[in-house]
Ligand binder design. Structure first.
Ligand code: ACM
Ligand code: ZN
Length: 518
């Protein structure tokens, strides 16, 4: 009887340990016999004691098991040994847990950081500090894995942005696409043009549409992000979505007017005038400060949803069309985009555009252009295939199904055909599995803030659906069934809730009657 009881206890222990969940799923995760117990004081050995993953490792040990930590360069003395292995791919890591110690191999800080993230998840709900002996070999599917936050339509506090950088780090996303300018707000301090924020950051009427980020705030966000293996890719949208900038500087519009957005209007034809040299000088001045501020190789310059009504009537735009032998205002946007991309190229940057940049398919663009494929609802796969045919790099962020502002059930401007649940994302997202072509460098997801999505409304839109997107961005294997994956998500839910993230419903069938999206 005693023996049976012992066997039962053993079985339960092994079962509990092997049921540990790491999300997004590692490529290889083999659980072996035995376990490692984290000591009360953990000695960590590293090549470089300045490494940015070390403060995070210390935090994890303190928060999850109450252990202290010291760092040395002596690999023989380490309980956790970080080994630089240049044969490993960028951001890949190999984690070996045996009864005596933990070894982590990676080619750089990104891989080490993600190994610590995985250890963190293994320690969730496991204050005893026991880990199963295991081998994990892991590497990302997409090189660029991004989350867009729309700080243009709504302003979020710096602390809120940090909260989502923490979330990204846990989900192994490495690019924060920061949408900083919109019709309803220009949020980035530009020293040469102070009216942009003095006036342009206060054109909205909602309480959370007031404010901007000083260059000091931006530097702090870049610092916080880079300590989490995240690059901040800024977006300065042009020529459209520019009503806030034009409220501050109407002289850069076609007719020197700044009518602003009408109630409920997402964008208008009041766009930057491509025909006025002073407008181009202004935009390049802005990009000078942006390139100075943001170390990112990728600078996003928008280019979406720019109606041509004003350009069609503007003497300056029409004169430029004639001078450059362009067909029409649509081609003028291609000319404008090529000019901006060329300028960014001269600064050693890649220029990312929404997929309208390919509307004039035959227009030659500079080779630093990157296409952000988004318009799946209107254009299906055409932009993806055109970009690949023309040899441009692509980021996949289709509005079916990577836009997390689309709720699960209708709300405000979101009718039934603009709703999505986690099963649809997991099973039908057109942006997944596009990495077989090496021009496809990334996958993105987005939280736009149309219709006044305030800070308190973001979590319920992200959680739990963002787990499906993180899995598609990171996991290199064949996705398991949705039902099994959904069970894994439930396992990590208490941890994310403990950290303060609030879950909304995942499946349509889970949306309670009278559920509020606000
Ligand atoms: C977009 O959703 N307008 C890029
Ligand atoms: Zn014009």
């Amino acid at each position: 009887m005693k023996r049976i009881k012992l066997l039962f206890v053993l079985f339960c222990t092994v079962h509990a340990l092997s049921a540990q969940t790491i999300l997004p799923t590692p490529e290889v995760f083999i659980v072996n016999k035995g376990e490692y117990r984290m000591p009360g004081h953990v000695k960590v050995s590293v090549n470089d004691t300045q490494s940015y993953f070390l403060p995070f490792m210390k935090e994890v040990l303190k928060a999850q098991v109450g252990s202290s930590m010291s760092v040395s360069k002596n690999p023989d003395k380490g309980d956790i040994v970080f080994i630089l292995d240049k044969s490993k791919a960028d951001e890949a890591y190999e984690l070996t847990i045996n009864p005596k110690k933990i070894e982590i191999r990676a080619s750089g800080e990104g891989g080490f950081f993600y190994a610590v993230q995985s250890i963190n998840q293994l320690l969730i709900g496991n204050s005893s500090g026991k880990l199963p002996c295991a081998v994990i070999k892991d590497a990302p599917r997409y090189k660029l894995r991004s989350f867009l936050l729309d700080s243009g339509r709504q302003y979020q506090k710096v602390s809120t942005i940090k909260k989502y950088l923490d979330m990204m780090a846990m989900l192994k996303m490495n690019t924060f696409h920061w949408h900083l300018t919109e019709g309803l707000g220009w949020r980035l301090e530009i020293k040469k043009y102070p009216e942009l924020t003095r006036k342009g950051a206060f054109v909205g009427t909602d309480a959370e549409q007031q404010g901007f980020y000083t260059q000091k705030d931006v530097k702090e966000i870049i610092r916080y992000a880079s300590a989490r293996n995240i690059t901040v890719m800024p977006e300065i949208d042009m020529p459209g979505h520019a009503e806030a900038a034009l409220a501050a500087y109407p002289q850069f519009s076609c007719f020197g007017q700044s009518p602003g957005l009408k109630k409920g209007q997402a964008f208008s034809e009041n766009i930057f005038c491509a025909g006025k040299p002073q407008t181009m000088t202004f935009l390049k001045d802005v990009l000078n400060e942006v390139c100075e501020l943001f170390p990112s190789n990728y600078i996003h310059v928008g280019g979406d949803e720019a109606p041509k009504g004003n350009w069609n009537r503007c003497p300056d735009c029409q004169a430029l069309i004639k001078r450059k032998n362009l067909k029409n205002s649509e081609q003028l946007q291609a000319y404008f985009s090529a000019d901006i991309a060329g300028y960014l190229k001269s600064k050693g940057k890649k220029a990312v555009f929404w997929d309208e940049v390919l509307n004039e398919e035959d227009y030659e663009l500079p080779d630093n252009v990157v296409v952000h494929w988004w318009g799946y609802r209107a254009r299906k796969e055409k932009p993806l295939f055109t970009a690949i045919k023309k040899g441009y790099e692509v980021i996949c962020g289709t509005n079916y199904y990577t836009y997390l502002n689309f709720p699960l059930t209708p709300w405000k401007g979101y009718q039934e055909n603009r709703t999505v649940d986690i099963r649809q994302i997991y099973e039908q997202n057109p942006s997944m599995n596009r990495d077989s072509n090496s021009l496809v460098i990334g996958m993105s997801c987005a939280l736009w803030t149309d219709d006044n999505v305030r800070e308190s409304m973001i979590d319920q839109r992200l959680f739990p659906r963002i787990f499906a997107l993180a899995e598609q961005m990171w996991y290199r294997g064949q996705l398991i069934s949705f039902e099994d994956y959904y069970k894994k998500i439930q396992q990590v839910r208490p941890y994310f809730e403990k950290l303060g993230y609030e879950y909304g419903p995942g499946l349509r069938s889970e949306v309670p009657a009278n559920y509020s999206w606000e």
